[in-house]
Design a binder for this molecule. Sequence first.
Ligand code: NDP
Length: 235
Amino acid sequence: MSETSSIALVTGGNRGIGLAIAQSLKTAGHRVVITYRSGTPPEGFDAVQMDVTSTESVDAGFAKIEAEIGQPEIIVANAGITKDNLLMRMSEEDFDKVIEINLKSVFNMTKAVQKIMLKNRKGSIVNMSSVVGVKGNAGQANYAASKAGMIGFTKSVALELGSRNIRCNAIAPGFIETEMTAKLNDDVVQGWRDSIPLKRGGTPEDVANACLFFASDMSAYVSGQVLNVCGGMLT
Ligand code: NDP
């Protein structure tokens, strides 16, 4: 939130876009806490194991962060998954899972962090949406619904918390080259590339740069917005 060191929390900060964000925030001087599900988190950050879909797990994680590290002023809700299929073939389980991990997690994290931010009367909340949440995408009805839901949630939270100096914004990345997109077939990847005016996929660092803006006072008068980081795909 400030140009001085703050505590920043990044969900899914162990790889991909989340890791790039964690690294950028650290380079900018913040103390970065990443949340992870399982396995060994990368070195160089404080790490807290948390199931972002569980209220109990999130509350326990926040209690640990407050007791052992301090009170976050910046939170980036980045954890997310895809389970793509045409609606005709999409199972109820795959619909629910994507909504739970991508959207319910944002509710859980925001509920927990707002208590801290309201007390401190400052904070920056950044939610990782997607261009798919803005424009839709065949084969991703579940994912698009979750990411569009995040945008409505973000705008509502910005309205609720603005008077307490808490900002809430969303980033909508386009096609970013990570493990998530590495599993797409070549035709789909080519289709994405062809639709990008800047003629390249984005890097996790491209998204991290947008996040640095929202985390800093450079965006002190920006709230309730969606920043498309998509090489010009959406205009
Ligand atoms: P990756 O698949 O590379 O990483 C996903 C991250 O989310 C991992 O850290 C993963 O943790 C975490 N995660 C997944 N499920 C859970 C869960 N149940 N609980 C906690 N953490 C979980 O994806 P990206 O880095 O590409 O994507 C990051 C975010 O950006 C996502 O929200 C995605 O929807 C969004 N995005 C990505 C785009 C892209 O083109 N790549 C485009 C637009 C948006 P673990 O290692 O434990 O699985």
